[in-house]
Structure formats: C-alpha cells, structure tokens
Design a protein around this ligand. Structure first.
Ligand code: HEC
Ligand code: HEC
Length: 294
C-alpha cells in the first residue's frame, strides 16, 4: 500500500484505496436504480406478509399460517370457478332437457355434452346389467348391434329406458312375454322339440329335417302371432328375430327348448321415476350412437 490514488488511471473509476501487489480495488457501487428496486422489493414483501397469507407456523398440534389482513384464500376462488363451470353446464343441461331428442341430434355442441353425459350415466346405471361396453350377456341384450327387441330408433330407445320392460312399477312398461308352452300345458314336450328344431333350421342349424318339418306346423299355429310368419320377429311385441343367429338366451337346442318350455320374461327397470328426463335423453342418444341405432 504505497500511494493511494483516488482514481484508477485506466478505468477512471474511484478506488477504495486498497491495493495488493499493485492491484487496486475499484469502488463500483450498485447502480441506484437496482438498489431502489431492491429496497422496494423488501418493502413489498413486508406489506405482503401483512396483507396476504404468508407465514406457516406450528401451533396447538397443527400446521397453520398467517391469514393476512384481506383473508384471501385460493379455495374461494377455486370454488367460485367451479360454480361458474356448473352454471355454464346447467345451461346446456337445461337446453338438452328442453329440446326434442330429434333436434339435439342436429346440434353438434349439444350432442357433444349429451353423449359424454350419456356415457357417464350408462356406466353408473346400466353397465351392471348390459356390461360396461354395452356388449350384454345372456339375458341382457347387446346394445351395440343393430338387432333390436323393442326397436332401435331414438324414440323407441327413449320409451324403453323411460318405462322399462315388464317392470311392475310402471303402467306404460313394455309388456308382452314369451308364453310358457310346457309349464302352461299349451304344447307337449315332443312338439316343443320339433318347434325348436324348426327354429334351428331358420339359421341353418337344424340336424333333423323331419322333426323340423313337423316343427314348422307347430310354429305356424303357436308362434307366428308374435314372431311373424317369416319368424323375423316383431318389435312392437318385443319378439326377437329367430332367423339371425343372434340369441338373447342361447341358440343351441337345449336353450331354445328351455325358452319355449318355461318362457323367459327378462326384466328391465323403468328409469322415468329415477332419472331426470334430460338424463334419459342423453342415455338414449348414447345407446343410439353405439352403432346399432336406426
Ligand atoms: C337390472 C338389469 C338392467 C339394467 C340395470 C338395465 N337394463 Fe336395459 N335391459 C335389461 C333386460 C333384461 C333387457 C331385455 C328385456 C327383454 O327381454 O326384452 C333390457 C333391454 C334394454 C333395451 C332394449 C334393447 C332392445 O333390443 O330393444 C335398452 C335400449 C336398454 N335395455 C337400455 C338400458 C339403459 C339405457 C339402462 C340404464 C339406464 C339399462 N338398460 C339398465 C336389463 C337391464
Ligand atoms: C305372445 C308372444 C309370443 C309367442 C306366441 C311366442 N313367443 Fe317366443 N318370444 C316372445 C318374446 C317377447 C320373447 C323375448 C324373450 C322374453 O319374453 O323373455 C321371445 C323369445 C323367444 C326365443 C328366444 C330368442 C333368443 O334370442 O334367445 C325363442 C327361441 C322363441 N321365442 C321361440 C318361440 C317359439 C318356438 C314359439 C312358439 C312355440 C314362440 N316363441 C311363441 C314372444 C312370443
């Protein structure tokens, strides 16, 4: 530390007066704008701690935090947003409830909401019987195919879902039932055997032509009223097409004999009293969209 020049010759900057081995320390303070911004941040933080929730602390066995003078919480703003979403959706839900089902189909934005809600409602209410993919199982029809017991138009499906099938609690439920031909002594066992053989022949599965021929007569006398002379079924009576090799209760001879002997009488609940009309429309649109809708 020999001489103490106040200014550095090269940079023209003040020095601190410190020097080591000929290297002088320059005095370069922070720019004023930076310093004031820094002070402003500190002041801002202090105000923020007072006004907004800020400090966590542990008290009385639980973590808490200072709530701040204005008592702001994000929970309030989230629930506000959720309410806004619910209100926005309520508009669409009301619109679906108020719009005839044939009109909803023509409205893309309503359809989008209706199909999504219908799918969710199907999972909640229908999947236990019809399967999560609506694929059905023995006694519970597949709703994906275009083979319908009671009809596959939007109106048909809406009626089925609203009033159910053979559902005691609904006066407008779809009635009609396959008779119990053996139990009620309408046919003898051998006649039922022949009729079953004839039914099998309709989808090319008969193993006994003579029996099938006798069965054709039994069929003409006892079965055509519901299943039709061509055995293609009747949707207003819920009588299945017997020629298409799609079976609700099984298409082997044993299953057919069982159906004809004892009847079946599958039951589908009525949803009219349990679900909102709008939800039933959404369900009908969803089922209709599964691929088999007419
Ligand atoms: C308790 C079981 C059960 C539940 C739950 C159920 N279904 Fe069904 N559903 C049935 C049965 C059984 C049939 C066939 C009845 C028959 O033999 O005609 C059926 C038939 C139908 C049909 C007529 C199919 C056709 O080919 O005409 C539609 C449509 C249908 N269900 C839709 C629904 C929807 C939508 C839901 C949910 C809201 C639902 N089902 C819930 C048992 C059920
Ligand atoms: C009163 C109307 C009616 C008459 C008559 C009738 N059926 Fe049916 N049949 C039905 C209905 C409805 C079903 C649907 C199942 C149910 O009712 O549970 C059905 C179902 C069937 C099935 C089951 C189809 C499947 O997909 O599993 C067979 C097989 C059948 N009928 C054969 C016959 C034969 C054979 C006769 C005459 C001996 C006959 N039916 C007479 C109404 C009738």
């Amino acid at each position: 530390m020999s001489d103490h020049p106040l200014k550095d010759d090269v940079s023209g900057t003040d020095t601190t007066g410190h020097e080591w081995d000929g290297i002088r320390e320059l005095n370069t303070p922070l720019p004023k704008w930076w310093l004031y911004t820094f002070y402003a941040c500190i002041a801002w933080a202090a105000v923020y701690w007072v006004v907004m929730p800020a400090w966590p602390y542990f008290w009385d066995g639980a973590w808490r935090h200072t709530t701040g003078a204005v008592g702001y919480t994000q929970r309030d703003s989230v629930s506000g947003e959720l309410q806004a979403i619910a209100e926005g959706r309520a508009g669409t839900v009301q619109q679906i409830a108020a719009t005839p089902i044939e009109e909803i189909v023509k409205n893309d934005s309503l359809m989008e909401v209706a199909l999504a809600s219908g799918k969710a409602a199907f999972g909640d209410n229908c999947a236990p019987c019809h399967g999560s993919g609506a694929q059905g199982s023995k006694g519970f029809p597949n709703l994906n195919d275009d083979d319908w017991l009671w009809g596959g138009t939007l109106a048909d499906i809406q009626t089925t879902v609203t009033h159910g099938i053979r559902w005691d609690g609904d006066d407008d439920t779809r009635q009609n039932m396959m008779p119990r031909f053996l139990d009620d002594a309408m046919l003898k066992s051998a006649e039922i055997d022949d009729a079953a053989e004839y039914v099998l022949s309709l989808s090319g599965h008969s193993a006994d032509g003579a029996s099938g021929l006798r069965g054709a007569e039994v069929f003409a006398k006892n079965c055509v009223a519901c299943h039709g002379a061509d055995a293609k079924g009747n949707r207003s009576l819920g009588a299945p097409d017997l020629t298409d090799a799609i079976w609700l209760y099984g298409g082997d001879k044993k299953a057919i004999v069982e159906t004809v002997s004892h009847g079946r009488g599958g039951v589908m609940p009525a949803w009219g009293g349990r679900l909102q009309p709008g939800t039933i429309k959404e369900l009908a649109l969803y089922v209709h969209s599964l691929g088999g809708g007419k």
